[in-house]
Structure formats: C-alpha cells, structure tokens
Write a protein of this length. Structure first.
Length: 450
C-alpha cells in the first residue's frame, strides 16, 4: 500500500510540474475532498461510518483525436484495528487507509472511420434514465459498500465502441473479466444476507458459505452488451441487451449439520453467480414542465437448482429450484417538477431492488424527495425525503418499511457544502430495510470541490 501511495504522489507531482512548465496546458486536474461521519441514535451512540475521501480527477487531451480520463480515491475509512500492543507500531492498523483506482480510460475519436469512437480501459458505463435506481444499468457491478449511496457502481475494465448514425447511436461493450458486487459492511452487513426457512424444531447456530467464482477464461467471465439510442418526438429513448451474470451470488448447495440433540444446527453453503440475458428499454423527456422518465428490464436467467443436504438429520438430500429459468421484469418510472416558488419535488416508483431476482422475490418501493432553497441558494432544506418499501400488498401491516432521510445543506462559500441529516427506518423485519430498524443514525458531511 505504501508503494501505491508513493507512485500516486509521484504521478501527481509530475503532472503538476508538466502543467506549470507547459505554456498551453492540456491537462486538467480537479476533484473534491469530503468528510462523512455518522453516529447511531440509539443506545451508546456508536459511530457507524467514518470516512475522509480525497477524489482526484485527471483529464488530458494528448491530441485532437484522443482523450484520457482517470479518477482516484485516496481515503481513510472505518476504525482502528487494534488487537494487541504490537499493533500500535503499525500505522495501517491505527489509521485504515486505501487507494481506490476508480476509473482510467482512453477515448479514440474517429477510429478507423469518422463516425466510430472507441473507449478502452476501466470505465463506468451508465445505462438508464431513472434517478440512481436503474434496472437497465447492469454492465458494472453495484458498489453497496455504503447502502445510503444509491446508484454507486464499480467500474469495469473493458472496451466500448460507439457508432454514430445521424441523431442515433449504436454502442457495443465487451468486458472480459467478471467482478462481483461489493456488499455492505458494519451495521448493514446482514441486510442482504440469505435467509433460510428452517424446518420446525431447528435453530440455526452458525452459517458459513463458499463462493464459486466463474472459471478464469473468456467464455465464463466475459460480459457483452449493446444499446441503440436516440431522440424521437423530443424523448430520449434506448433499447439494450446484455449477456452477463447476476453480480450477487445465489445459494445452490447447503448442508445442515446437527450440533446437539435439541435441534441446533450449523449450515454451510455454496454460492454461484447465475448467467442471464437482459433486455432493456428506457425513455426520458417532459410533459409540459414536468420531467418524466421510465425504464424496464426483462431478465432471462438460467435455472439454478438448490441441493439441500439433510443426510445427518436423517432426511437425505432434497432438490428444489433456487432460481427458475422464467423471465422476470424490473421497472421504474417517475418524474420531477419545480414550482414557481422554488420547491422541487422528485417521485419515482420502483419494482425490484438491486438484490432481488425471480418473480416471487421482487418488492415495490416508492421513493420521494422535496427540497427548497433559501437565502440566494445558500441554504437547501430537504424536509420530506425517503421512501416506502412494500414486500407484500396483501399483508401490508407485516411487510413494509418506511425510510425517512431529511437533510439540510449550507453553502457558506463557492464550492463548499456542509450537510446535516439523519437516516430513520421503521418497519417489519420481513422487509429488507425493516431488518435495520435499530440502525437509525445522524450524519454530518463537509465537502469542498476544486
């Protein structure tokens, strides 16, 4: 890690030196610094998140036909990992730091012919028109490290080619290496964990699993995608197709091991990443002064069988379907509007969250936001911000969660933000967010952009 830091700083110094010496600099350096501190509201007010992030974005134009972009995060996150006095001599355990190479790619314009552009390298390929929650955005794996940072993805190493057909575009993407989703840690570690319907009389003590990654070859790892997009009747439209994998693993084997004579068991599982085809459609435009958007994705997964080994309980091995090879649909639609008094509202309805797969597992979410700026836009208040999760309309009282996230932002100077807010959840443990009833927090952020 120290070598990475030295290389990073050496590159930055070289770039700065080049920019100073060059009479007409062709390199832009910008980014931001942000602090993010959160504290649980209940009990002893434990810290639930502690992050200091320096984002460095570098952009260069080596020629009139090429463009280079990179983004790096240098940050400290989490708490000290001290187990013994000997750890006090290890700075990495006292101040947990990491260097995250977020993006780095090269654009070549007019490659082979004037209407073809190519992008090579680590890139974030954003598909979809909805606000942060996009069912068609499936080329890059989700980055769920921070569950409250909706819409965050990892970048992927790959090749993207775009051919321009007048007012339309045809894009093709090839990603040779599969990368799984980053799951949340800390207090959110169990939010997306698999659940088991245990037979009557059994009690789970320990759960462990092993993830089987796709074989390390092009056939097993590769992801391909294509999209045709353009504008029709003042609406931005696109249709897309992806042949890839679910970035979240699915259990295909489980073994139940008895611990005692009272029904206590341990479960060890095996997990894989199912292959699937995904067809997508999205649009964005306006109805009068109301901005609208909609997108839908149809998933065609391979069938995954679940083998449950109950031999040590005297019940043999049972086979069931973990994921049917039947198509299922995720969709979202919404809109936003700014009133003449400056109040801005944003509402969208989502069917199928990030981790949900298969028709029977899809839930519904109503997301909303309202904001108003004061004092020449120096102060922004979001008093009505959050969402409603509905797991089962037929039994709403036992299958819901309410998310409330009001926020106040103050802009004391240009490019400076001070943010105070809270995350409050109320609901039933049967729902995804309802599991986190006891994780309400208060947060403060400071950000300066340059």
């Amino acid at each position: 890690m120290k070598i990475n830091y030295l290389i990073f700083m050496a590159v930055i110094l070289l770039i700065l030196g080049f920019s100073v010496l060059n009479a007409e600099p062709s390199i832009d350096l910008n980014g931001y610094f942000q602090t993010d501190n959160r504290m649980l509201i209940k009990d002893d007010h434990n810290f639930s998140w502690h992050e200091y992030r320096l984002d460095i974005q570098l952009e260069a134009y080596p020629s009139d036909k090429t463009h280079f972009f990179s983004e790096v995060w240098l940050r400290t996150i989490g708490k000290s990992n001290i187990q013994a006095s000997s750890d006090l001599s290890d700075k990495e355990k006292i101040v947990s730091s990491n260097l995250y190479f977020k993006e780095a790619y090269l654009d070549i314009y007019g490659f082979l012919c004037k209407d073809l552009d190519v992008r090579i390298g680590r890139q974030r390929i954003t598909w979809g028109t909805a606000d942060k929650l996009n069912p068609t955005d499936n080329l890059n794996p989700d980055d769920l490290e921070d569950m409250w940072d909706f819409g965050r993805h990892l970048s992927s190493d790959g090749l993207q080619a775009t051919y321009y057909l007048g007012d339309y575009e045809l894009s093709a993407v090839y990603i040779p290496k599969f990368t799984p989703t980053v799951l949340p840690g800390g207090v959110w570690a169990t939010a997306l964990s698999p659940s088991f319907d245990l037979p009557t009389g059994l009690v789970l003590r320990n759960y462990s699993d092993q993830i089987i990654m796709p074989e390390n070859n092009l056939k097993a790892q590769s992801i391909i995608g294509t999209k045709f997009s353009g504008n029709l009747f003042n609406y931005d439209l696109s249709v897309s197709y992806i042949y890839g994998r679910d970035y979240l693993p699915l259990i295909n084997k489980a073994k139940f091991t008895p611990v005692d004579a009272f029904g206590t068991i341990d479960i060890s599982a095996e997990m894989i990443f199912p292959r699937m085809h995904i067809a997508g459609f999205d649009l964005a435009g306006a109805l009068g002064n109301i901005g609208i958007w909609a997108e839908t994705a149809v998933f065609f997964p391979e069938e995954i069988m679940l083998s449950t080994d109950l031999s040590e309980l005297g019940l043999g091995i049972q086979e069931s379907v973990a994921l049917e090879n039947e198509p299922y649909i995720k969709y979202v639609f919404g809109g936003d509007y700014t009133f003449t008094n400056g109040i801005y509202i944003n509402v969208q309805y989502l069917h199928g969250f990030i981790h949900e797969c298969g028709t029977d597992s899809l839930e519904d979410y109503l997301m909303f936001g309202l904001e108003k700026k004061f004092f020449e836009d120096k102060l922004k208040i979001m008093p009505l911000n959050g969402g409603l999760e509905i797991k089962d309309f037929n039994d709403f009282k036992e299958n819901y969660a309410v998310i409330y996230t009001p926020e106040i932002t103050y802009y004391p100077y240009d490019n400076v933000e001070l943010i105070l807010g809270t995350h409050i959840i109320d609901g039933k443990e049967s729902s995804t967010f309802g599991k986190m009833n006891d994780s309400d927090d208060l947060y403060f952020k400071a950000k300066v952009s340059f």
